[in-house]
Design a protein around this ligand. Sequence first.
Ligand code: ZN
Length: 80
Amino acid sequence: MRACATCGAEVMRRDCHHNRYDEYICRACLGKGLKFTAMGRTVSRAGRWARLASHGATKVALALIGFYVLYTLVGFFSTD
Ligand SMILES: [Zn+2]
């Protein structure tokens, strides 16, 4: 049994729709044109942005480490 994300009704797994936001929507709600909840969409998008942000942060961190290593190497080989 799954709880419908829109109306909260308990429905069998085969009698509901699993949407892209990882929500289960019963057939009655699907019939009304409800395919997702605003909350589910918001949470899903927030999660995606968080993943993108952390991915970007990792790139920035690697770039900084790269610059630091280069800077250190340049200092190491400089003859001054
Ligand atoms: Zn429903």
